[in-house]
Design a protein around this ligand. Structure first.
Ligand code: UTP
Length: 486
């Protein structure tokens, strides 16, 4: 495209300011900027801004009359299920794992701005006795659950780990895994793919320049997953490997039960195409989205979208009516993901007002107040397209502790993540007959135990006094990363 054509193109779409500094640019810089502009479909980009703005206006209306909780027929609670039922679901899940039909979709494209960590969040070490990072903990849970499935069924199957990265996290994530020998997993069962980006806008819909020759852009939100699955060939890979079930979750839940066989088994036995694990809201004012039905469609309704009356409403048994707190922990059948690829363009767009560096009078400015918007898609906005959506409630102290903030926030931060996992491990030790007081910190390696199993022989009647302590698997103690992976 010649300069004249480029100029005509941006002018026709009201974005002519993008070429404001063209006369000052070097040849290389001109090439970069022209390339970035060419890559954008400006008609579509303007339309995205318009749709996102429109969606914001709708959000301002609170939901009330049209709002219904998840029907009992589509909701089960792990704390409320008996052991036989849990074992039944778990056995179904183990069989699917052994048959190689289970994959994990890890959302690892976020920028971790609140945590203030300059690397991918999965590389964060919350200060456990072992100093394992989130990535390592998750990798080891995959190894262990594969091993458990083999023990249970007599057949070994691989779980494929699909890791969604973004322009910022792709390189460092892949390097981190390589540098750590993939934490004992087979390299061929780890598939990285990259989500897309969207330009950042000022409040009037003008695309911002991050530098004179570079457009400001940001990852398109964790709902960018669906587009990336298609454009990056992941759907084809899922098909090729014969994977039927995908467990999708955020990178920052330190308690995540990766590829949880109970969840997989529950979803398979109910023939679900899409599902969410939820935790009970702790109080009416907890700022968490709730999974519910709006006009017959399953949705996550944000805290700010609920009226006070709806947030405080209780059932006769005292439970909050809208209590299904969404924790970014989902199941998708592979068929559903293929179907969603065609709906992707209809996904709702969300606006976040942010401080976005921009160029003014030729100088890069770092604003102290929000000066523009980032547009994001959310992973849960596909629930309404599901034909058989179900929920599984799980115990918060066993399955959910998110790492979002730096310690100063005192909430969802490294200290709380560390405490939550150590509390859970104390509970597992006590359940297995060990004696441990609240001031003793013992971390249980995921290679030894995925969810409290496999401990009795080791800890029954043991009194734990050394703190901090890392309780490892035998192979781990002798071999570093080696752990019986096939
Ligand atoms: P959050 O919305 O909490 O964002 O992501 P974040 O990037 O971790 O943190 P902040 O908001 O910058 O402080 C929830 C999950 O979605 C992933 C994150 O990596 C995390 O696992 N995510 C988020 C993506 O994969 N892509 C995105 O564009 C945004």
């Amino acid at each position: 495209m010649s300069y004249e054509n480029l100029k005509e193109y941006v002018t026709a779409h009201g974005q002519e300011h993008l070429l404001k500094y063209w006369p000052e640019l070097s040849d290389n810089e001109r090439e970069q900027l022209a390339g970035e502009i060419r890559k954008l479909d400006l008609a579509e980009t303007n339309e995205i801004f318009r749709r996102a703005n429109e969606a914001t206006k709708v959000i301002l209306e609170k939901f009330d009359d049209d709002l219904k909780p998840i029907p009992q027929t589509h909701y089960e609670s792990v704390p409320g299920l008996n052991e036989e039922k849990i074992a039944e679901y778990e056995n179904i899940g183990f069989k699917e794992i052994s048959d190689g039909k289970v994959g994990v979709l890890l959302l690892a494209g976020g920028q971790a701005t609140r945590l203030g960590f300059g690397h991918p969040k999965g590389m964060y070490d919350v200060g456990l006795p072992s100093h394992k990072t989130l990535f390592q903990i998750q990798a080891e849970r995959i190894l262990r659950v594969q091993q458990m499935a083999e023990e249970r069924t007599g057949k070994y199957g691989n779980i494929t780990w699909y890791i969604m990265t973004s322009q910022h996290t792709r390189g460092p994530t892949a390097k981190f895994f390589k540098d750590h020998s993939y934490f004992g997993l087979n390299e061929e069962n780890i598939v990285y793919f990259e989500q897309g980006t969207l330009p950042c806008f000022d409040f009037d819909g003008k695309i911002l320049l991050d530098e004179k020759h570079h457009i400001a852009s940001a990852p398109d939100g964790n709902g960018g997953l669906y587009r990336a699955l298609k454009t990056q060939g992941v759907l084809d890979d899922i098909k090729k490997r014969g994977i039927h079930h995908l467990h999708g979750h955020s990178v920052d839940n330190i308690l995540i039960k990766v590829a949880d066989p109970v969840f997989i088994g529950y979803c398979k036995s109910k023939n679900a195409d899409c599902a969410a694990k939820v935790v009970q809201k702790s109080s009416p004012s907890e700022p968490v989205g709730v999974v519910c039905r709006v006009n017959g469609h399953y949705k996550v309704v944000e805290y700010s979208e609920l009226t006070d009356e709806a947030a405080e409403r209780r059932n006769p048994d005292g439970r909050l009516t809208f209590s299904a707190g969404n924790i970014c922990n989902h199941y998708f059948s592979s068929e559903f993901l293929h179907k969603i690829a065609d709906f992707e363009r209809k996904l709702k767009l969300h606006i976040a007002k942010k401080k976005i560096p921009y160029v003014e009078n030729g100088v890069r400015q770092k604003p102290t107040e929000p000066n523009g918007i980032k547009i994001e898609k959310f992973i849960f906005d596909v629930f309404e397209f599901a034909e058989n959506f179900i929920c599984l409630e799980v115990a918060r102290d066993v399955e959910f502790s998110a790492l979002k903030n730096a310690d100063a926030a005192k909430k969802d931060c490294p200290s709380t993540a560390r405490q939550d996992i150590l509390n859970l491990h104390r509970k597992y030790i006590r359940e297995a007959g060990g004696v441990i007081s609240d001031d003793v910190d013992v971390e249980i390696s995921p290679l030894l135990s995925y969810g409290g199993e496999n401990l009795r022989e080791l800890v029954n009647n043991e009194v734990f006094t050394i703190s901090p302590f890392h309780l490892k698997s035998m192979q781990e103690s002798s071999n570093g990363y080696h752990n019986g992976n096939h």
